[in-house]
Design a protein around this ligand. Structure first.
Ligand code: TXA
Ligand code: MG
Length: 322
């Protein structure tokens, strides 16, 4: 047993208590529509330092600040381009993070010393309730990376959070159970510091949606000095070796669209019927391979643009191993 609390029934009281614990400097893992986040008060340096400890994450990787509503953007960001406002109106609450020039509130311990900050309003009832309760207590934003150990697969259920980081949490820390994440892959990260938007991490808000919302073409992602830890080559990795574009042989795990049959002796980890379901099931399938001690997973990737692109992005990184 770990000393932290696992809250399986998230009543209004439980949410208020979690918000109070956050304000007091504890960590609270909470559900979002993308993946579970490990939250801390984004203005509390020592609380944020504990996120890095629990995750085992290098100090210079910036965190996303989760906010309750649109008017909190101005607290955290100093330059807000018109197209970012359009994106926020169209897609928040939702699976999208906007990177903008930071305000003085966004200190080095949040931004990894960069002059920009990432903000997002998540689309999950529990996350929004927690953010609003936190705001009522005077909070400005909740810093939350995905609630996994550094480099590993993001958790999409509270049980997965418990398995990942339960042993690193302390007495007043909490894990809030809000069911399985609906989207299943992390938010689209959009750099809004240039005249045109630029996608730093693909997700459920697609390039096409961004173009339509802003009326602008997108800048190419040139992988320059901006540090996106999710863009490290070997992220999102299960223990098993991930082999792309391959039909499983006997004894291997197999992730493939539902219309592809499971070869004899292979262990089917997921059979998604469409791209949305593929995203939703992917991380729990990778996790299941670890808990079943499977050493190799063959994967048939989803085809197409949009969310399929985000899935292939994560699979490519997973296939590069740890
Ligand atoms: O869906 C999500 O975004 C989830 C949920 C919990 O909201 N969060 C998440 O956080 O994926 P994390 O820390 O695991 O990944 C956030 C990524 C990191 O790769 C980080 O480097 C990048 O966002 N990031 C944060 N602030 C940034 C900034 N100012 N400039 C560039 N990249 C930034
Ligand atoms: Mg992450």
């Amino acid at each position: 047993m770990t000393p932290s609390q696992f809250i399986s029934t998230c009543t209004a009281d439980a949410i208020d208590q979690a918000a109070a614990q956050l304000r007091a400097g504890a960590l609270v893992a909470f559900p979002t529509e993308t993946v579970y986040g490990l939250g801390a008060d984004a203005t509390n340096k020592s609380a944020v330092a504990r996120i890095y400890e629990v995750k085992g994450r290098p100090q210079d990787h910036p965190l996303i600040v989760h906010i309750a509503s649109m008017n909190d953007i101005e607290k955290w960001c100093s330059e807000i381009p018109t197209y970012a406002v359009a994106l926020a109106r169209d897609f928040w609450p939702g699976p999208m993070t906007l990177i903008m020039k930071r305000s003085p509130l966004a200190q080095d311990f949040i931004t990894g010393g960069q002059d920009t900050v990432g903000v997002r309003i998540p689309n999950h009832t529990l996350a929004l309730a927690l953010l609003h309760a936190f705001k009522k207590l005077g909070g400005s934003g909740i810093a939350a990376p995905s609630a996994n150990r550094f480099g590993q697969v993001s958790p999409t259920t509270a049980q997965a959070v418990q398995e990942e980081i339960g042993n690193y949490l302390q007495l007043h820390d909490q894990i809030m159970d809000g069911g399985a994440s609906e989207v299943g892959v992390e938010s689209t990260i959009i750099d809004c510091t240039h005249e045109h938007p630029r996608v730093l991490r693909p997700g459920a808000i697609t390039a096409q949606m961004i173009q339509k919302s802003t009326g602008l073409s997108l800048l190419e992602n040139s992988n320059d000095a901006i540090r996106v830890s999710g863009s490290l080559e070997n992220h999102y990795s299960p223990k098993a070796k991930v082999i792309l574009d391959s039909i499983a042989t006997s004894g291997q795990g197999f992730i493939a669209p539902a219309n592809i049959q499971t070869p004899d002796g292979a262990i089917r980890l997921a059979a998604p019927r469409d791209t949305d379901e593929y995203a939703r099931l992917l991380y729990s399938a990778l996790r299941a391979s670890d808990s079943q001690g499977i050493s190799e997973i063959a994967v048939i990737q989803p085809e197409g643009e949009g969310l399929a692109l985000a899935i292939r992005d994560r699979l490519l990184r997973a296939s590069r191993g740890r």
